[in-house]
Design a protein around this ligand. Structure first.
Ligand code: SF4
Length: 435
């Protein structure tokens, strides 16, 4: 069979014209966005799970042109929520010509009833077990409408094959995202990570991950390696053996983690030593009240008072913190914008991603805001986390949009940039003089 796998074109920013103008004129923001996109592991992994007798190709619409008239027996689409509308357009075009279309990824997992109205088969959750089963069923003429990963149990990640990066080797990616682990124990109200992958923590073997990195470097020598894992360092014993493996690989990398790593100086030392240069950390808010109901055990609220100290510990290890904050949370008032600016500047945070509270389907937040009638739009094209799609108890739409822009203009101003550069020069001098 000819199987075409597609990553649909997505909207990744907001619709504010003022914000678009700012981006056009901000060198630092353009650089950040350049390195924020790139190639994910989902479709190359699906390709690797496809038996070799089939002919598989991948089109990433964010970097390539998709020919809607090309021949295929099956079109498989993977989409996040902001890509869903485009995914359905692609599905319509192929289905009109009688091509069988399937949809997986986060959006299909959390909105299966909608997805099943737009495609022939929907995959909910991890596809490592369901995709080969679907292919067998399809060839027998017995494909099901919905395949649920939960019917098969959690995937043993050590059995996942090497992703078929070769299928996209001709495309220039600034960053390639490798997936080493799945799951996050924290279950934050706005996040779907714990819903999609569960709260228990699983990982590939260190040798398997190293093989993926070698494969990435084989095709994209100058691309950055980012780890797509939502929270990479939860299991410290695993991380220790992974870093042993990384010591044999000359590469620089970045990852996402909760702030809990800050208390482990030896881990920070080894992360830096093995090439980790940036860690994305979800701090979520500079307003403590917003963190209190975020997760059942108040994990982030309990660390709030030491956020500054933790950031210093990570950055003084030679690893820049790229912090994410959300504005438009319930406890925010007019002061949240200046408080966020002050926090980022005061702690010399290397970079910050500030987004607007978004009730993604599948999140506990969405249910709460639906129950209180506060969701103002379910146009998925607006679900980039840069548009306001809910009503706020105090702030207006215009105040949130203008406040967000003010934050970006300030933290990415020439002056702030120079301050940060000075700070990091000092950090690196200290590291060199300490050996
Ligand atoms: S810590 Fe991060 S990945 Fe985990 S649930 Fe919270 S926001 Fe999601």
């Amino acid at each position: 069979m000819r199987i075409l796998l597609v990553s649909p074109r997505g909207e990744f920013l907001g619709r504010s014209r003022a914000f678009a103008d700012f981006l056009r004129n901000s060198r630092e923001m353009r650089t950040i966005l350049h390195y924020w996109n790139g190639l994910g592991a989902a479709l190359p992994t699906i390709a690797a799970l496809t038996p070799p007798e089939h002919n598989v190709s991948i089109v990433d619409e964010n970097y390539q042109t998709l020919d809607l008239n090309q021949d295929a027996d099956i079109v498989g689409i993977s989409a996040m929520t902001q890509q869903a509308v485009r995914a359905y357009e692609i599905a319509r075009a192929f289905r009109q010509r009688g091509v069988y279309v399937v949809l997986g990824g986060i959006h299909a997992t959390v909105a299966p009833d909608e997805a099943v109205r737009n495609v022939d088969t929907v995959f909910m959750g991890e596809a490592e077990q369901t995709w080969p089963q679907f292919l067998r069923n399809f060839q027998e003429g017995a494909a099901k409408r919905v395949y649920r990963a939960s019917d098969y149990g959690p995937v043993d990640m050590t059995t996942i094959p090497l992703p078929r990066y070769d299928l996209l080797s001709g495309t220039r990616y600034p960053v390639v995202w490798v997936q080493a682990t799945r799951g996050c124990p924290h279950d934050c109200e706005f996040c779907t990570a714990s819903q999609v992958y569960g709260r228990s923590y699983r990982h590939k073997s260190p040798a398997q991950i190293a093989a993926e990195i070698r494969e990435v470097k084989r095709y994209w020598k100058s691309a950055q390696v980012g780890f797509a894992d939502d929270n990479m360092f939860v299991n410290r014993r695993f991380v220790s053996t992974l870093l042993d493996e990384f010591e044999t690989l000359p590469f620089t990398w970045y990852a996402q983690s909760d702030i809990g790593i800050a208390g482990d100086r030896e881990l920070l030392r080894r992360l830096h030593q093995t090439g980790c240069r940036i860690i994305f950390v979800g701090l979520e808010s500079v307003v403590e009240g917003n963190l209190v109901n975020l997760n059942g055990n108040k994990w982030k609220a309990r660390r709030f008072a030491r956020y500054g100290e933790h950031i210093r510990a990570i950055q003084e290890s030679g690893i820049g913190v790229y912090a994410s904050f959300i504005v438009g949370m319930d406890e925010d008032d007019h002061s949240v914008f200046d408080r966020t600016i002050d926090f980022v500047n005061q702690h010399h945070i290397m970079g910050a991603q500030v987004t607007i509270l978004t009730p993604f389907p599948g999140s506990r937040l969405r249910q709460r805001l639906l129950d209180s009638g506060r969701i103002t739009s379910s146009d998925w094209r607006l679900y980039t986390a840069w548009n306001l799609v809910v009503s706020h108890p105090i702030l207006t739409h215009a105040e949130i949009e203008e406040g967000l822009l003010r934050i970006y203009r300030s933290i990415y101003s020439e002056e702030s940039y120079r301050d940060r550069a000075r700070y990091f020069r000092q950090v690196f001098q200290n590291l060199v003089s300490c050996g």
